[in-house]
Design a protein around this ligand. Structure first.
Ligand SMILES: Nc1ncnc2c1ncn2[C@@H]1O[C@H](COP(=O)(O)OP(=O)(O)OP(=O)(O)O)[C@@H](O)[C@H]1O
Length: 306
């Protein structure tokens, strides 16, 4: 097994505040690895350490077989990096800016910039300062992907992108993986990580509280369900649903339409079958926000670490 990224007890302190607290991570070459966590969890700090933008307080990292510090500019050219806060020169066109980046990053296949810009719906003739936040983000994505680096490190890559462009981004990630590239990305959004990544690390307060494969995470995620039924009494459906072990926090409101809410841990199959005999007016399965789903799910493990 080879690893595109390995960290050992990687730690970054700012004064008395620990932004990253002993991170041990191993990202397999050719995988898509997602890091999720709430604001301030340490995702950006971890990525900056990998890029040698900041230096660790203790611990170390290996990126594409080299230490970020010793690898220097040559190593950075082999990494496509999308920073969380893009600082772009505004007085030139997108095309001119990308040409400048290509001079630094090394060869970009002919036509590659136009192809990526077209796919993302980015107008390269406009001045960068006139671009919207989402369009600047697209420019950032093009510069990260264009030279087809062996490793992509993408901090909140879909921030500011509309849903169709997010889909195109996910396709680009899969294509990169098929070419053998490794993708390491961060997000607040669990659904995005679930779609994009094979493996995920959940970060909280600078610590990894869980690392696992996405299929396992999906099976154990907590989701909120809302069901509206007619032609059923509130009492009888309450009795039926209370018997389902996966269903928690059940509320049943009586009326012409019986309104049911609850949370489901893991598979929803049993719930769907339980409501199937009745007239289902509406069924919504909503992911809880990250804080309440994944973080709560693993909070016992996190507390054990504290
Ligand atoms: N230069 C700095 N000086 C002091 N504290 C910092 C600095 N950079 C980051 N921190 C702190 O370190 C912690 C981790 O920040 P980081 O930006 O890595 O989190 P994040 O997971 O990327 O969050 P977000 O999703 O909000 O970007 C936060 O508490 C942050 O305030």
């Amino acid at each position: 097994m080879t690893y595109a990224i390995e960290t050992r007890a990687l730690t970054k302190r700012y004064g008395r505040h620990t932004a990253l607290d002993g991170m041990d991570l191993a990202v397999e070459t050719g995988s898509v690895f997602g890091m999720i966590g709430p604001n301030g969890a340490g995702k950006t700090t971890a990525m900056r350490l990998l890029l040698d933008i900041i230096r660790p307080t203790s611990g170390d990292a290996t990126v594409l077989g080299e230490s970020p510090r010793a690898g220097g500019a040559a190593l950075r050219r082999r990494i496509g990096f999308l920073p969380g806060e893009l600082m772009l020169e505004g007085r030139v066109t997108g095309r001119a800016l990308l040409a400048h980046y290509a001079d630094i990053s090394g060869p970009v296949p002919a036509g590659r910039i136009d192809e990526l810009a077209e796919r993302l719906g980015l107008d390269l003739t406009r001045h960068v300062r006139k671009l919207s936040k989402g369009n600047k983000q697209k420019l950032g994505l093009v510069q990260a992907f264009m030279h087809e680096p062996p490793l992509l490190v993408l901090d909140e890559p879909t921030s500011g992108l509309d849903p169709l462009v997010q889909q195109e981004f996910l396709t680009m990630v899969r294509e990169a993986q098929h070419k053998g590239q490794t993708v390491f990305l961060s997000s607040h959004v669990l659904s995005e990580i679930q779609t994009a990544a094979d493996h995920v690390a959940v970060l909280r307060n600078g610590k990894i509280v869980k690392v696992g494969d996405v299929a396992t995470l999906r099976a154990s995620a907590v989701r909120r369900v809302v069901v509206d039924l007619t032609d059923v009494s509130a009492d009888s459906i309450r009795n039926t649903l209370e018997a389902l072990p996966q269903l928690n926090d059940l509320t049943v409101m009586d009326g012409d339409i019986v309104h049911i809410t609850g949370t489901v841990e893991g598979h929803i199959d049993a719930l769907v079958k339980a409501i199937a005999p009745f007239h289902v007016v509406d069924l919504r399965v909503e992911e809880q926000d990250l804080e309440s789903s994944v973080i709560n799910l693993y909070s016992s493990e996190a507390n054990n670490d504290n």
